[in-house]
Design a protein. Structure first.
Length: 68
């Protein structure tokens, strides 16, 4: 059974919540890019970068746990 991950972003009056299976990070980054490229979402490239950074930090922490 794959672990479910979650990322969230609060921006103005909106809350963006993304849930994805561990190992599917590339899919969620693609979703960030698709949302950021649309003018009607209120989700921009900076938001995509912030969430991608959060995801990277989480992966880094998970890797440290495995190594140590």
């Amino acid at each position: 059974m794959s672990l479910v991950r979650q990322l969230s972003l609060v921006k103005g009056g909106h809350r963006y919540l993304f849930r994805y299976q561990a190992g599917r990070e590339a899919d969620i980054i693609t979703a960030f890019a698709e949302m950021a490229s649309r003018a009607d979402t209120g989700f921009d490239w900076f938001d995509a970068a912030v969430l991608s950074y959060q995801m990277g930090r989480r992966l880094e922490m998970d890797l440290e746990e495995v190594v140590n």
